[in-house]
Write a protein that binds this ligand. Structure first.
Ligand code: SF4
Ligand code: SF4
Length: 282
């Protein structure tokens, strides 16, 4: 079973919940993997403190033009939807930061003047945290394209009973790449106008991708009740209500797994884990 933990905005407690779910499930005796797909800013390692056993470069394929074969016909430039290749006079230029490695330019080139070469974009780190399998991707600073790195993290996932995917915040390409293929999606939000706004965007994304999803409300005893009204109107299951507790912030600041330090929250997360594993949300 693959459970993705996502949120429309950052700072809602997504990693706190993802690391806690993974840690709890692993200590219950199941084989569990935690994948940190937030490759632009992975921070699950701060709490799980994994022993890294292997590191591998993450590459993406980028086109290279053979100047001797290229006739500067411009077909590759017209085919590229990302503006990553341009014919300027007697030169065919490639902007590797914009390239999505789709291979389209190779297909259209009548001279077979384009080949692909690997370009390092980040680092894959694989290890263990106690009984938990750990995989994270770290995108190189300045690298704009995170989906290939997320893809590499998912490809490196071990074969286990339960996989927890800690997704990047937002609702754009990196999140879609992270949640694709998951069995359940948990959307973490907080009861504030910003939280609700970004939850609505995340719900639209989940519905467009036809994913089974539910909501966890973090800091549930703060803010207003609009998240609950919205979920009721939209017939969305709220699977967990996690209270705001100073002890959570203190445990977080010490880099501790919250379920180890705050029993009240551990109870909530355990019940959430059981609900997710039982097949909910619908
Ligand atoms: S399609 Fe091929 S031949 Fe035409 S400009 Fe691009 S690389 Fe050159
Ligand atoms: S591989 Fe795709 S994205 Fe990259 S330059 Fe070619 S057509 Fe554009």
């Amino acid at each position: 079973m693959k459970i993705a933990i996502a949120s429309g905005k950052g700072g809602t407690g997504k990693t706190t919940i993802a690391t806690s779910l993974a840690h709890l499930a692993a200590t219950d005796g199941r084989t569990v993997a935690y994948l940190d797909c937030d490759v632009e800013e992975p921070n699950g390692h701060l709490f799980l403190k994994p022993q890294i056993l292997r590191e591998e470069p993450i590459n993406k394929l980028i086109p290279v033009v053979d100047a001797d074969r290229c006739t500067h016909c411009g077909l590759c430039s017209q085919a590229c939807r990302f503006g990553a290749i341009a014919c300027v006079g007697q030169q065919t230029l490639i902007f590797t930061e914009l390239c999505h490695s789709c291979g389209g330019c190779l297909l259209v080139c009548p001279q077979e003047a384009i080949r692909e070469v690997p370009k390092p974009i980040g680092l894959l780190r694989i290890g263990t945290s106690g009984p938990l399998q750990f995989v994270e991707g770290v995108l190189n600073v300045g690298e704009a394209m995170s989906p290939p790195a997320i893809h590499a993290v998912k490809d490196a996932a071990p074969d286990v009973d339960l996989t927890i995917l800690d997704c990047p915040p937002g609702t754009s390409c990196p999140v879609i790449e992270s949640v694709r293929g998951c069995d359940h999606l948990l959307l973490v939000t907080e009861p504030t106008p910003f939280g609700l706004n970004d939850l609505k965007l995340a719900v639209e994304m989940a519905r467009a991708l036809k994913l089974r999803f539910g909501v966890a409300v973090n800091r549930a005893n703060t803010g207003d009740r609009e998240v609950w009204s919205y979920c009721r109107r939209q017939r969305i299951d709220i699977l967990a209500e996690i209270p705001d507790d100073r002890a959570v912030a203190e445990a977080y600041s010490r880099g501790e797994i919250v379920v180890e330090s705050v029993p009240q929250v551990a109870e909530c997360i355990r019940s959430l884990l059981e609900t997710l594993q039982s097949g909910a949300p619908a």
